[in-house]
Design a protein around this ligand. Structure first.
Ligand code: C5P
Length: 399
């Protein structure tokens, strides 16, 4: 989604300026055209040549000598931008923007652009907490700027406190979210479940499954990048928590059922990518079960079938992990669970097994259409599923 986007990356004079090189690198690698604008003081912290080498584009440091292709300087840059990101943003730049002062290339671009603007402040904790800075940030927020709150930690002054530039991955997640606002799922609410539920046996043990959560997380991120408001309901995974969505952590099928029921209230679609346990221990031992007897029998009872039981006027997408008669079994589930779409995959195939980054699936919809996709990354599969969701939602809107 970053490919072919023009991102103006403003860098101001903070010690965190060197981190902007990492942002520029990640955005460039993702295919974006990154136009770096540095303030005078930023150039004292990091060399423009570094940014130029990373982005492969001229770096703009001087108001009156803009890069050759921007014949009218800040206006052309402001118009070309899909998004303007200032990271790090100093108290000084924030104050200038709040006051509408445009006395360098960066502030001129911000004042002239119609693109969304993201600010990632980085400064000393006292400067950040000062009510002047807080007022300025509140003012910018009210005008539609997106503020990526700084993180807490050790600052250059040796103090511990708020003021460190937010995580680079967080900043990039927010850039994607902001760019996605004009996507084909803008204004839609999606609920996505992910991971394998864990059903407790005793305080130390549970019954689990091999789901990595990767498919569900890819679904949630793809939906976010296309403009949806996403609630991700996740069982424990080893994945990083995604940015730019509401994340609800649960462990058991029963907890997932409750979280889904709450989240779908205003949803347009529910995508159940989670591997929900089919059975749970009938009783959970209060104390850790001792290994004294030579064998142990656990009585298991069925978990609730979330997809079947959840009610409401939204699209339902299910997954079917099958090891034989894939299409026939999946179609049966589609009907039984009254789904709009089911995503069937062959878990005996190494490339689409649990934990893989790729997946080979067949999409079967309520109209009987069967679409066997080639081996794709889970993110690509997610986008194919969302293409169908977009289609179904458009059809529903026409009714
Ligand atoms: O019936 P089966 O477990 O194969 O169906 C898989 C689909 O149903 C998945 O989308 C899964 O998330 C969902 N499911 C559910 N509640 C269960 C079991 C599965 O919602 N208890």
């Amino acid at each position: 989604m970053l490919a072919d986007k023009t991102i103006v990356l403003g860098i101001t004079g903070s010690i965190a300026a060197y981190k902007a090189a990492d942002i520029a690198s990640k955005l460039t690698q993702a295919g974006a055209k990154v136009e770096v604008v540095m303030t005078d003081s930023a150039t004292k912290f990091v060399a423009p040549l570094t940014l130029r080498s990373i982005t492969g584009r001229p770096v703009i440091t001087d108001m009156f000598e803009p890069a050759a292709e921007f014949k009218i300087g800040h206006i052309a840059l402001a118009e070309a931008a899909d998004v303007v990101v200032i990271a790090p943003a100093t108290a000084n730049t924030i104050a200038k923007l709040a006051a509408g002062i445009a006395d360098d290339m960066l502030t001129c671009v911000v004042l002239a652009t119609k693109a969304p603007i993201i600010l990632a402040p980085a400064m000393n904790v006292n400067m950040f907490e000062n009510s002047i800075t807080q007022d300025n940030l509140a003012k910018l927020k009210a005008r539609g700027f997106t503020i990526v709150d700084p993180a807490s930690g050790r600052l250059t002054s040796g103090k511990i406190g708020l003021g460190r530039l937010a995580d680079i991955d967080k900043i990039i997640g927010i850039i994607k979210q902001v760019l996605g606002r004009s996507g084909d799922l803008a204004g839609k609410r999606l609920v996505v479940t992910a991971g394998g539920t864990q059903e407790p046996i005793d305080p130390a043990r549970h019954i689990g499954n091999r789901s990595s959560g990767k498919m569900g997380y890819a679904m949630a991120e793809a939906a976010r990048d296309r403009g949806a408001r996403v609630t991700l309901i996740t069982a424990p995974t080893s994945l990083l928590e995604p940015i730019g969505m509401e994340v609800v952590h649960i462990e058991t099928a029963a907890q997932m059922k409750e979280a889904v029921a709450r989240a779908v209230a205003q949803a347009d679609a529910l995508i159940m990518a989670a591997a929900v346990a089919d059975y749970q221990p009938k009783a959970v031992a209060k104390a850790k079960i001792k290994k004294e007897s030579p064998s142990l029998t656990l009585e298991l009872i069925r978990t609730p079938d979330i997809l079947t039981e959840v009610k409401g006027d939204f699209l339902k997408v299910g997954f079917a992990a099958e090891s034989q008669d894939i299409v026939a079994n999946a179609r049966q589930k589609l009907e039984k669970k009254k789904l709009d779409l089911i995503v069937a995959n062959d878990i005996t195939d190494k490339e689409s097994a649990f934990g893989a980054d790729t997946n080979k699936v067949t999409l079967i919809d309520r109209d009987g259409k069967v679409d066997s996709l080639p081996l794709l990354t889970k993110r690509e599969v997610a986008d194919k599923i969302l293409d169908r969701v977009v289609g179904f939602l458009a059809k529903k809107a026409r009714k």
